[in-house]
Design a protein around this ligand. Structure first.
Ligand code: ATP
Length: 199
């Protein structure tokens, strides 16, 4: 899955609208300490649905909104859009590019969009489930995560292989199906109880 560009506005140190184009081949981001390099990978992680703000090196959700500086007032919201190359229609959408957008306001309001249409976080997880970019994927490895992967439990390591092998979408659907079966069995029990009372 090729990333074409990342558009940030109000996200962490990126107060103004900033577009980063990822050209063919390898892209390397260089700069002095603290200039915002890791904020770029945080933005990719966030737009792909990261729910734990600690994984974005923050304490609370508004920590990802530009907090102001000596010369600039803080921003009221953050918005990140990631544009993916879909020219081979790997994603189940009939557009050559697929954009994923996430927005948050200081009052806590937030939303997701796929191709500029509002959607649920679940839709993003499903869209990306078999691409290697999905939830918990190793497409982005933070400075302290290498050890974590090496010391992962066998079942955690298996989840990594399942994601790479493209079966995690089916696991998600299987779990949803199993939950429905449990609910249906509970409903059946209730119906049986009611029928017994009527007898
Ligand atoms: P290093 O090379 O040391 O790893 P880096 O280039 O990866 O650094 P980042 O960690 O991405 O730098 O960025 C840190 C900078 O981002 C700090 O200057 C910090 O003040 C700024 N920053 C983080 N969150 C916000 C925010 N909400 N508002 C404004 N600035 C922020």
């Amino acid at each position: 899955m090729k990333l074409l560009r990342l558009i940030l506005q109000g996200f962490k140190s990126f107060a103004d609208k900033t577009t980063i184009e990822f050209a063919d081949g390898m892209t390397v981001i260089v700069g002095p300490n603290g200039c915002g390099k890791s904020n770029i990978s945080d933005a990719v992680r966030w737009v792909l649905g990261e729910q734990n703000v600690r994984n974005l090196r923050g304490q609370k959700s508004e920590d990802i909104i530009f907090a102001g500086s000596e010369s600039r007032t803080r921003k009221n919201g953050a918005e990140v859009t990631l544009v993916l190359d879909n020219s081979n229609r790997e994603l189940p959408l009939d557009t050559a590019e697929v954009s994923i957008t996430r927005r948050i306001l200081r009052n806590g309001d937030s939303d997701f969009q796929i191709n500029k249409r509002n959607c649920r976080l679940k839709d993003i997880h499903e869209l990306l489930a078999n691409t290697g970019l999905g939830k918990g994927s190793l497409a982005i490895i933070g400075q302290n995560r290498v050890d974590e992967v090496l010391t992962a439990k066998p079942e955690e390591r298996r989840a990594i292989f399942e994601d790479v092998a493209g079966i995690s979408l089916y696991r998600m659907r299987k779990n949803e199906g199993l939950q429905k079966l449990v609910k249906t069995a509970e409903n059946m029990d209730r119906v049986k109880d009611m029928m017994a009372m009527l007898d």
